[in-house]
Design a protein around this ligand. Structure first.
Ligand code: ARG
Ligand code: ZN
Length: 889
């Protein structure tokens, strides 16, 4: 059944208070729920509606009595109750089986403990309730369980009572002072220990911060705690937003479908985004932890205090919160970098745009394309997408660009002053921005309604006679499924003009008295517009979309020389990186075409020279150089290859990587020697940048099999003092398909066989291995074999993402085999996963949604496998929606 955005109607009945009692038991947890319900004066009259799923209902009373005959209509997933009067008390007792809950939605077990995940619609798997975000109730929760199995009993808000019970049981009662939707409910009952810290908020209230983990992991919590304190401070300083509870808890759990969840006062995290110590976590893991901890913390205001009216508004909280966590991380990096702050910010921006281009652009070009505020869905869990999150964050960023930091802050203040404690829509947010800034944002709202990545074509005209440069920008958004017509958007385009000497020129538009800044934001708000820059003495080189000022594809004709010029000179670090990416893309797509046609391969000398200049420029911050010298991602390139031919592209990538390693071997080696090696490991952006650059050098040297480089990789692998160095060296050996890779993989396994999170890296590396040499085991066969490894488990999402996700989604060159064997394996795995965990299965299913872009041979091989999945017995709505869309489009 498809749900439409425009079908929204408020419920006739709402819930004011809910008192929950859990008698925890592995297979028969009894949940007693007392609901104080009230008629909603804003809604049309009607019955009281409750949602439920996989519940065994033991009793239901209304006002303490058995319901009158006919007053209660019970369906499989819906209860309707006719009620007289305006208020009523219900008591409902249900029994659930957490042990058997493999979906990881609702109440489930993980390593002996009890945990919940309720967003989006998991609460209905715990008890009957109007399970939608516009129903906000005050929760009080009593947990009762076996003291030996779960000595720790946690829920949202404040602990108000606890004590012992007979038979080795105990209880705790929690009260959340803030009304909240059911998706923010959480409980944890497990054998955990906490790292604790007390902090004062800006207004001087003392708060207790806790990070709860399994015994034995206390030495891996420090970074998560630090990140939490930094996030608290940042939100106080940047937005004037304070923690509103006396206690804030983070809990790590090993089995979790997503990254983390912002339950009020009790954030539950995938352990991967909490646990870190130098021996087990890489710099990138440290970065992710900082940003996910901040993201969930920031949700307390953008998501919890002001929540979503319905799930179509998801980007209201997710786009905004991603934008906030991106700004936070950029500020943290800039602060650590001191004088190099701008470059550090650019590196973060590059990271974010890489993610957008790799994950969101293909989504916007395929059968799942949807606006950041979707119009319809079958399964809401399929809409926690790169579009809602990452493109949603870009839309907020454009508002920030158009209104300026102060205007944006004023809009946020107004938004909270109007909507604190409410469940609202994206319109409410944009209206607050509009009102606070006296600016009409009606046209801007189209970003919420239109799917597809806009193209912006740029044309420049130089008039030597009067020293003027005319820039013409034209926008066009290609049709997407169900949305053929597109209207012009408001697109902020940050522009600079570079003079022949490489320096930026002050910009003066026709009609202006004097030249001003060197970067300006032009607003493209019609299909086409022109700007005339005057007072120029020579033809400038345009640098457009600086800082990636809008989530669009910029189409600008630039020859190789111009790209090389911008690679060397663009003052905007983002665009300097982007020029390198564009040049590399050109070279790779040409090599890919040559490989597909069986022509000889060769790398243009001019490209190698431009690349070498970046490599040799040691005034550039190492973290930036590591970004600029990394080739564009395979997924992004495949989207731009017509038809997409993963095998040919992989040949091109391997060839180019090896050539750059071989020709520039001396430079790579000099670089590994010349960089000041950080001392004892600490997570610091400057150190991380150096480590990233050295690891990249190893990657090129191993790709080219330069003996001095492979030897260095082996030595670094053996003697590393931290995971970043150890894993970087291992990855270089594996991707280079060097003979020593097997031994190194075995040694790594021996060392970390009992560490689930580290083993995930080991699985992911093998499943994502770049190249195989004649006679070596194909990656498909290796992945098949690894399914049987004692460290692997199909019921743990992290394991599935590491092994199957890395293969299906991050290794197209090995997955898309012409004989279709990869696809048959994919179908088997999706069907097997779906029987236990539809959300995880649906994520794997999405790996083939853009199949129509592939070569005819591959398309022929994909279709029967998609059809096989579609026809599988008992297919979930989650996977059903994905494969149906893939086949229909
Ligand atoms: N709100 C969480 C976050 O972004 C994500 C929860 C997603 N859950 C789901 N079942 N799709 O922080
Ligand atoms: Zn979120």
């Amino acid at each position: 059944p498809t749900i439409q955005r425009t079908d929204y109607a408020p419920l006739a009945w709402t819930v004011r208070r809910i008192d929950l009692h859990f008698a925890l038991d592995p297979q028969a947890t009894v949940v007693t729920s007392r609901l104080a319900c009230a008629r909603n004066p804003e809604a049309a009259p009607g019955p009281l509606l409750l949602d439920g799923e996989a519940l065994e209902t033991l009793s239901l009373t209304i006002g303490g009595l058995d319901p009158a005959p006919g007053a209660v209509r019970r369906g499989e997933t819906r209860i309707e109750i006719d009620v007289e009067g305006d208020e009523v008390e219900l008591e409902i007792v249900t029994r659930i089986n957490p042990q058997a809950n493999t979906t990881l939605s609702g109440l489930y077990r993980s390593r002996g403990g009890y945990f919940t995940q309720c967003e989006a619609e998991g609460f209905r798997r715990i008890t009957w309730f109007p399970d939608r975000p516009d129903v906000m109730a005050r929760f009080s929760v009593t947990l009762e369980g076996d003291k030996a199995v779960c000595p720790v009993l946690l829920s949202n808000g404040n602990l108000v009572e606890e004590g012992d019970l007979p038979d080795g049981r105990h209880y705790a009662r929690w009260e959340d002072p803030f009304p909240k939707p059911s998706y923010l409910f959480a409980l944890v009952a497990a054998d955990l220990v906490a790292l604790e810290r007390r902090e004062l908020t800006a207004s001087g209230r003392e708060v207790l911060l806790q990070v709860w983990v399994e015994r034995g992991n206390l030495d891996r919590c420090e970074h998560a705690m630090e990140s939490l304190v930094h996030a608290m401070r940042w939100d106080e300083e940047t937005f004037g937003l304070e923690l509103d509870l006396d206690r804030f808890m983070i809990v790590a759990v090993s089995d979790f479908n997503m990254g983390a969840m912002e339950n009020k006062g009790l954030n539950i995290f995938n352990a991967k985004y909490v646990l870190a110590k130098p021996d087990t976590a890489t710099d990138v893991d440290y970065e992710h932890i900082e940003s996910v901890v901040a993201h969930e913390y920031f949700h307390n205001w953008t998501g919890n205090r002001v929540t979503c009216r319905d799930w179509f508004q998801l980007t209201l909280k997710e786009g905004l919160t991603v934008f906030r966590d991106q700004q936070f991380s950029a500020d943290m990096l800039a602060r650590a970098a001191g004088a190099e702050g701008d470059s550090a910010r650019a590196v973060k921006r590059i990271d974010d745009v890489r993610v957008l281009r790799a994950a969101q652009f293909p989504e916007d070009a395929g059968p799942m394309a949807h606006p950041i505020r979707p119009e319809r869905y079958q399964e809401i869990n399929n809409f926690y997408t790169a579009t809602v999150y990452e493109k949603g964050a870009e839309v907020i960023r454009m508002l920030h660009t158009l209104l300026g930091p102060e205007g944006f802050r004023n809009g946020m203040d107004l938004y909270f002053s109007y909507h604190d404690g409410q469940a609202v829509t994206c319109d409410d947010f944009v209206e607050a921005m509009s009102e606070a800034n006296g600016r009409d944002l009606d046209q801007f709202m189209r970003w919420y309604a239109q799917a597809g990545t806009p193209r912006v074509a740029a044309r420049g005209g130089w008039d030597a006679a009067d020293g003027s440069y005319t820039l013409t920008l034209t926008q066009h958004t290609p049709p997407t499924p169900g949305q053929t017509e597109k209207l012009p958007l408001v697109i902020p385009v940050a522009v600079g003009l570079i003079g022949p000497d490489g320096a930026d020129l002050p910009l003066q538009l026709e009609g202006e008295a004097a030249p001003g800044a060197t970067t300006r934001v032009l607003e493209l708000n019609a299909e086409s517009r022109q700007w005339r820059f005057v007072g120029l003495s020579a033809e400038p080189v345009p640098s457009l979309l600086r800082g990636f000022s809008a989530p669009v594809i910029l189409e600008l004709e630039e020859d190789d020389a111009r790209l090389a010029f911008r690679m060397a000179n663009d003052s905007d670090a983002f665009n300097r990186w982007d020029a390198a990416q564009r040049y590399a893309e050109r070279v790779l797509l040409e090599l890919g075409a040559a490989a597909a046609e069986g022509r000889a391969l060769g790398v243009p000398v001019a490209f190698v020279e431009a690349f070498a200049r970046l490599l040799r420029d040691d005034r550039l911050d190492p973290a930036f150089r590591a970004q600029a010298l990394a080739l564009p991602g395979e997924g992004y390139l495949l989207e731009r290859m017509q038809p997409a031919d993963p095998a040919a592209l992989r040949t091109a990538q391997i060839y180019l990587g090896a050539e750059l390693g071989r020709v520039l071997a001396a430079d790579w080696l000099a670089l590994t020697e010349g960089l000041v090696e950080p001392g004892e490991y600490r997570y610091h952006p400057a150190d991380a940048g150096r480590r990233a650059l050295i690891n990249l050098a190893l990657r090129y040297l191993c790709a080219a099999r330069v003996p001095a480089g492979t030897g260095l990789a082996r030595r670094r692998f053996e003697s590393a003092s931290n995971m970043t160095d150890r894993f970087g060296a291992l990855a270089a050996l594996v991707h280079g398909a060097l003979p020593e890779a097997e031994g190194a993989l075995a040694a790594f396994y021996e060392r970390y066989r009992d560490d689930a999170l580290v083993l995930d890296k080991w699985f992911a590396l093998q499943a994502g291995a770049w190249r195989r040499d004649a006679g070596a085991t194909p990656v498909l066969e290796r992945v098949r074999a690894l399914l049987g490894d004692p460290g692997f488990s199909l019921s743990n999402p992290n394991k599935v993402y590491a092994l199957l996700g890395s293969f299906f989604r991050a290794n197209p060159g090995e997955f898309h085999l012409a004989d279709g064997s990869g696809y048959a394996f994919w179908a088997d795995q999706v069907i097997a996963l779906d029987a236990a965990n539809p959300q995880v299965a649906a994520r794997m299913a999405r790996a083939l949604e853009n199949w129509r872009r592939f070569t005819p041979v591959l398309r022929e091989a994909v279709r029967p496998q998609l059809e096989r999945v579609r026809a599988a017995e008992g297919l979930s709505p989650d996977v059903g929606e994905i494969v149906a869309k893939a086949l229909e489009a």
